[in-house]
Write a protein of this length. Structure first.
Length: 270
């Protein structure tokens, strides 16, 4: 029987514990940050920045830059294609009774590995190949984001931070307002007694989860940038290794649901 710390990553939604979501968020947000940093250094493109890509599309259409508009639209569709691919793979695994988490991650791993080999064995993509590589990276990021969104029940998203930062700000104010309403007029010692209660509040759990994603993404960007400065495109092997480690972890620790009994599973739905 697995203990509470050895849990699989393939369960979905409310079946997942807070610990599982933190592990998923920390590892894959770091991967997304590293891939973005390396992609920016190698290609000059932020491959998961859908808001920025949509802005480029609108600006290009408004100024008559049809080639730039076509490229921005293609990047958007590549991200959507990645999201569709992840969902199809998860549904296929679900219907064939295979682990739902592993196949999409393996596909992302293959994509990143192929791009790493292309960049290192050919001295980097030629000018005409840069955009094709950017499309492939966008597919990989769309795939990862859809995978994590589906597996976590829309609690975790790892490749974009705008909505996450918004949610974090809202959640922190809600927690603070709840705490001060409950402790108004109390002395410091009495207020401290409420901290244990606040720590188990679902709003604070969501805030901690979102802060984890934000910090991990930035850390991934730092690591990816430093690694690229040292070894060039080979830096992409770092996120590849993290993905492979997650797949191996999930495969090794996969157990039946009846053998698992998490001690606390807060409702993190908005």
């Amino acid at each position: 029987m697995a203990d509470h710390d050895d849990v699989p990553l393939s369960r979905e939604g409310k079946e997942r514990s807070f610990r599982e979501n933190v592990l998923l968020a920390f590892s894959l947000a770091g991967v997304a940050g590293a891939v973005n940093a390396i992609g920016l250094a190698e290609l000059g493109v932020l491959t998961s920045h859908v808001t920025g890509t949509a802005t480029r599309l609108g600006v290009a259409l408004g100024s008559g830059g049809w080639l730039d508009a076509g490229r921005a639209f293609a990047l958007l569709m590549a991200f959507v294609l990645g999201a569709m691919s992840a969902t199809l793979l998860i549904e296929f695994a679900k219907r064939t009774h295979h682990p739902r988490f592993q196949l999409p991650l393996l596909v992302e791993t293959v994509l990143l590995t192929a791009l790493t080999l292309l960049a290192t064995l050919t001295d980097g993509p030629r000018t005409e190949g840069v955009f094709a590589v950017a499309l492939a990276l966008s597919v990989a990021m769309g795939l990862q984001n859809a995978l994590v969104t589906r597996v976590s029940g829309a609690v975790v998203r790892t490749t974009h931070l705008t909505g996450l930062a918004t949610d974090l700000g809202i959640e922190l104010v809600r927690v603070g307002a709840w705490f001060f309403d409950r402790t108004r007029g109390e002395c410091l010692l009495d207020r401290l007694r409420h901290v244990a209660v606040v720590r188990r509040d679902p709003e604070l759990y969501r805030a901690r989860l979102h802060a984890t994603i934000l910090c991990s993404f930035v850390l991934g960007c730092v690591v990816g940038s430093v690694a690229y400065a040292l070894v060039g495109a080979l830096a992409m092997t770092l996120p590849v290794c993290v993905l492979l480690a997650l797949v191996a972890y999930d495969r090794h620790l996969a157990v039946s649901d009846e053998d698992l009994d998490d001690d606390f599973n807060p409702d993190l739905s908005p």
